[in-house]
Write a protein that binds this ligand. Structure first.
Ligand code: NAG
Ligand code: NAG
Length: 222
């Protein structure tokens, strides 16, 4: 009898997740095309000045996306442009500023002026990496040749795919991920526990992510 209950539980769990997966689109606020246009506008207006581009992007988003319930889909954005934390993941290291985080989307500025290289991770979300400064190189196993992404271009990594990537010299990007965000977090935090032991960074990353997700949940943005 016991196994029957376990089986029923498993089937229910799988159907619930399959169903949620088919309707996750209704919680999306951003779209990859507009963000790509915005990243291109930032590059054209402030080419090579990362700080000015970040500020340009955040003011545009603040003006474009309603932050109060009277105006359709709402979203909470993090205005603290000096709130950067290190991120070590998949062997690569950089710093990020979390502009927005929810259960189904995140939007961050990620990069380093030094260059880095690693594994993209195997994720449950689609990833759009909009290059602002520098270059990102990428390589799929078997491709034998590299992909090159320059300022104004976007590197789309569909969910479930992994690549090797390199920011050969410095590179900063506006990274947008949509899909299921919480399962991506262990990848972002594993290196802290297994390698860097940088617990202050771990604490601030967890604190900022939780705070931003919670702010969004409170206004019904899942
Ligand atoms: C934001 O950027 C987009 C893309 O460049 C542009 O079409 C739009 O007019 C901008 N909005 C504001 C409020 O600046
Ligand atoms: C940014 O700097 C690089 C290297 O100095 C240069 O090749 C490129 O043209 C610059 N881009 C812009 C948009 O100013």
């Amino acid at each position: 009898m016991k196994w029957l209950w376990r089986f029923a539980f498993l089937v229910t769990l799988i159907s619930t997740f399959s169903y949620l997966d088919t309707i996750k689109d209704r919680w999306y606020v951003f779209d990859p095309e507009s963000l790509h246009e915005l990243a291109q506008a930032a590059v054209n207006t402030h080419g090579n000045d990362t700080r000015a581009m970040v500020s340009f992007i955040v003011s545009n988003l603040t003006a474009t996306y309603p932050q109060d319930a009277s105006a359709g889909k709402v979203v909470s954005l993090n205005p603290r442009q000096d709130e950067w934390v290190f991120n070590n993941a998949g062997g690569a290291m950089g710093a990020m500023y979390i502009i927005h985080a929810s259960i189904t989307e995140y939007l961050i500025i990620f990069g380093t002026p030094l260059g880095t290289e690693g594994h993209t991770g195997l994720h449950t979300a689609d990833d759009y990496f909009n290059i602002l400064t520098g270059e990102q190189w990428a390589f799929s196993a078997g491709a034998l040749e590299m992909e090159v992404y320059k300022p104004g271009s976007v590197h789309h990594l569909p969910r479930g795919n992994a690549k090797q990537y390199k920011m050969h010299k410095g590179c900063f990007a506006l990274e947008y991920a949509r899909g299921w965000i919480p399962p991506m977090m262990p990848f972002g935090l594993a290196d802290v526990l297994s390698s860097t032991l940088d617990f202050p960074t771990f604490y601030h990353t967890a604190r900022i992510t939780a705070r931003e997700m919670f702010k969004n949940l409170l206004i019904g943005k899942i």
